[in-house]
Structure formats: C-alpha cells, structure tokens
Design a protein around this ligand. Sequence first.
Ligand SMILES: Nc1ncnc2c1ncn2[C@@H]1O[C@H](COP(=O)(O)OP(=O)(O)OP(=O)(O)O)[C@@H](O)[C@H]1O
Ligand code: SF4
Ligand SMILES: [Mg+2]
Length: 334
Amino acid sequence: MDEGVVIRAEGLRKYFPAGSGLWGRGKAFLRAVDGVSFHVGEGETLGLVGESGCGKSTVGMLLLGLHRPDAGRVLYRGEDILALEGEAKKRMRRNIQVVFQDPQSSLDPRMLIKKAVGFPLEVNGLARGAEVTRRVEAMLAEVGLRPEHMYRYPHEFSGGQRQRINIARALITGPRFVVFDEPTSALDVSVQAQILNLIKDLQKRHGYSYLFISHDLSVIRHVSRRVAVMYLGRIVETAPRGALFQTPKHPYTRALMAAVPKPDPARRQPLALLPGDVPSPVHIPPGCRFHPRCPEGMEVCRETEPAPVEVGPDHVVACHLWRDAGFENLRRSA
Ligand SMILES: Nc1ncnc2c1ncn2[C@@H]1O[C@H](COP(=O)(O)OP(=O)(O)OP(=O)(O)O)[C@@H](O)[C@H]1O
Ligand code: SF4
Ligand SMILES: [Mg+2]
C-alpha cells in the first residue's frame, strides 16, 4: 500500500492528433503529456510549474478523468481510478475536485449562488431541502462569505468573491484531493494573495491534498510544499520547495528562476536568458528536449534522453549534468 500518498501518477501520456505528418505521410501527434510520474502526499501541496503549453492543464485533466491517458495510470490511495465503473467511479469522482482559472465563465449567470454551490450535493444525492441550505451556508462561511450571499447572482460579486464561490462549490461534497488550475491568474495581485491564503487555510483546517498548477513561480513558492517543473510534456525536476528555490539543479529550472518577475515590470522577460523559442510539442527535439535552448548542453544531450536521478532528499532531476551525481554517490563521497 502507498503509505501517506493520496494521488500517484505513473507514466502518464496524452497525445492529441495534429493533422497529417510531414508531406502528408503518416499521422502527426501533439505530445502534450509525454511520460509524467509524480505523487501527492496526504495534506500536502505539489506545485506544477512550467511555461504556457507545456502540458500542465492536460495533467490536471488526466487526474480528474476529463481525459483518458494513452498510457499510464492514476492511483487514488492505491486504487486505479480508470479501472472503476458505476457507483465506485461516482464515489471516486467526489474525492477529486477542481477549481479553474476563470471565475466569470464557470458560474451560470442566471443561477443563484445557493443553487450553484448546492448543486453538487443535489446531483450526487448527498442532501436535500433544508439540509442543502444549511450546508451551503456553512460552506460559504468557510470561504469568507455571508449567508445573505446565497440569494445573489454571480454578477453581484467581485472576481475574488466569485473565486471563493467556485472554491465553495468544489469543496462542498467533501473531496480529499483538489486540482487548482491557475486559480488566481485572472485576479489582481492583492486579491490573489487573499485567495492563496484562503486555499492554504482550508488545507490546514481540513487536511486536503492539492495539485496546484501555475506558470508563476512566485505563486508556486507561496503555496507549495513540493514542486514539479515541467517542460514540453515532461517533468524535468521535482524537489521540496526549499531545495528547488535555493539549489535548483536543472538548467531549465534555473532559467525559470532567472525570469521570475522583477519588481520593475519592464524587466519581466520570460526566459530572457535562453536562446530560441519553446519547440512545438508536435516536433519534440530528440535526446534531451531542452537541448536546443540549453546553455550547458553537451554532445550526449542531442541523442540521449536523460533519466531521472535522485540528487538530494526527495530531489530528482532529469539532466545529463547530474548523471553521476546521484544522491547515493554524493552520500558515499561525502
Ligand atoms: N483538447 C486538445 N486538443 C488538441 N490539443 C490540445 C488539447 N488540449 C491541449 N492541447 C495542446 O496540448 C499542449 C499542452 O496544453 P496544456 O493546456 O496542457 O498546457 P498548459 O501548460 O496548461 O498551458 P497554459 O499555461 O497556457 O494553460 C498545448 O500545445 C495545447 O495546444
Ligand atoms: S541534459 Fe543536457 S541539454 Fe538537457 S538540460 Fe541537461 S545539460 Fe541541458
Ligand atoms: Mg493550462
């Protein structure tokens, strides 16, 4: 049994059709998620960070069962969620919820907040009538809203309040694991911090486990206990937050850090230190997929994909630079 692990993703792969291949030969695929493994422990937050299009949301969708993987498995407390059917599948779905970015479009403008937040209880047959009202009221209080807010419509709320409503709706059925996909990206910075703190407080109170997806390293740093860095469909480095931010090992992670927004917005240049654009996930470079942009690339990087190496406690990096620096080797030579 997987002690203390709530979610485990093993070798997840998701390809999308991308028209026909070069000169009409064969089929081309967009390799959105290309062999991704990680786990999320009990009551912890794993941050998933990477540039736009690297496959973060697709990973989230795979965990939520909104996409079926082409390969790999998702285990919830050791149980393969894709193998479940009927009632067992429905029960499992209640354990895993999601909060997306856009507060405007995810709430029906004609639905009272009471109905929107209470809906998951009703469709799942978990409560009826006055019990729904009672639980919605309690849930709204949890996210910092008042009872009278139940009788208002989405347009009567600010962006931050609407995101509180979305969080209430996701948590009302009592999930144990929540995917947050850029939940604060559409909000002003001051409101962002309030929502991030709410998300953290709720975790402290109830012991939820989170996968927190963001392209913003400062947000990831604020909420995560561990962090996974993704590049072109793969995880290139995973580490506890402190180790990742103090001693990033992968050249891509280092480049991301160098590009973290500076106080002067005019200097906010993502990956300014790196040459070239992110390659298309339809034409992923051979060998290390980061090699065309890597300032430290070697001959071997063009041909051979680097295997993950443990370089510290719970710190894993996939890069040829660290191939001989495995944690065990480091410990032996210490
Ligand atoms: N349903 C789909 N059909 C075809 N291609 C898709 C689909 N969903 C995602 N993609 C492609 O897969 C790749 C990964 O997309 P994904 O949305 O997972 O990235 P992301 O890291 O979440 O990006 P962002 O930070 O912009 O949200 C992108 O190239 C995207 O265009
Ligand atoms: S494997 Fe090579 S190209 Fe890839 S990140 Fe490491 S040094 Fe750079
Ligand atoms: Mg996304």
